[in-house]
Design a protein around this ligand. Sequence first.
Ligand code: GLP
Length: 326
Amino acid sequence: MQICKVKNYQELSRKAANLIAAQIILKPDSILGLATGSSPVGTYEHLVEMYENGDLDFSQVTTVNLDEYKGLAGSDEQSYRYFMNTHLFHKININHANTYVPNGTEPDAEKACQAYNELLHKIGPADIQILGLGHDGHIGFNEPSDHFENETHCVDLTETTIQANKRFFDSEKDVPKQAYTMGIGTIMRCRKILVVVSGKDKAEILKQVIQGPVTPEVPGSILQFHPEVLHTKEGRKMLSNFVYNICGCSGDWKIDSFVEESIKNIREKVGNGKVLCALSGGVDSSVAAVLLSKAVGNQLTCVFVDHGLLRKNEGDEVEAVFRPEG
Ligand code: GLP
């Protein structure tokens, strides 16, 4: 598990968007697991901006959302389908037929969950799953319980969640009492997981999630057992040594200066011509990849080999080698 502390919500959103962008650039037909709630809103704004700037193409992407309120249709402004349409899907070039959210209008819970499970089995695990964190430690709508649910199921929302989410509704009585949510097992089978956590009111529960015992009473704590989790949270200082290590850059973490400095460093090592960049695996190298990919077809031709071969031991600093292609 990696923890990325960032200065503020703006930086949290930019970093999270960079990681998702890296995933899409490295694998244009990526499967993205998406989340709702206020935390990822800024992340989606950045992704839209990257699309508008011509840096991202969503045409081959498939998305699967974590959850939906039972009883709400996609046209309902409080539904998660509506949220996704307005914050992301309607603003990018994604094929809408490839965006999936559980069907909140299906009154038969068993049917709704089975249909979503069949779909998830067909599509396969998400390449990257974005998660927010509920005040009671829920992920998706997996509420505190005495066991972890494996697949999509219908949940009774807890009082804490109803209270936390009533701000989006006209009144508390309008908040649905049940939801369909992807299960913990499905989430844990995703290749990478990116958790975005924002706000002082989440500090205590975040501590329990990352440092406390792994228990279904704090559903997010199961993430401690996932091999590739990156928590991006607001904090005092952001440490992004990995990016600097990869390309020998220092100074402010700004996209343009980073790319410029990286290219200079790589050129000093390999001279002109094509360059093979071998980056050690994990989301950290994906950050470098997305930034450097801005230079592809421009000053550099990069081939990104995203694997863990360069990291000899667990905990080693991220390494990278640059050598002429051939
Ligand atoms: C809802 C969603 C969760 C989300 C949570 C936190 O309950 N089902 O997926 O993580 O809200 O939302 P926020 O980011 O607004 O605190």
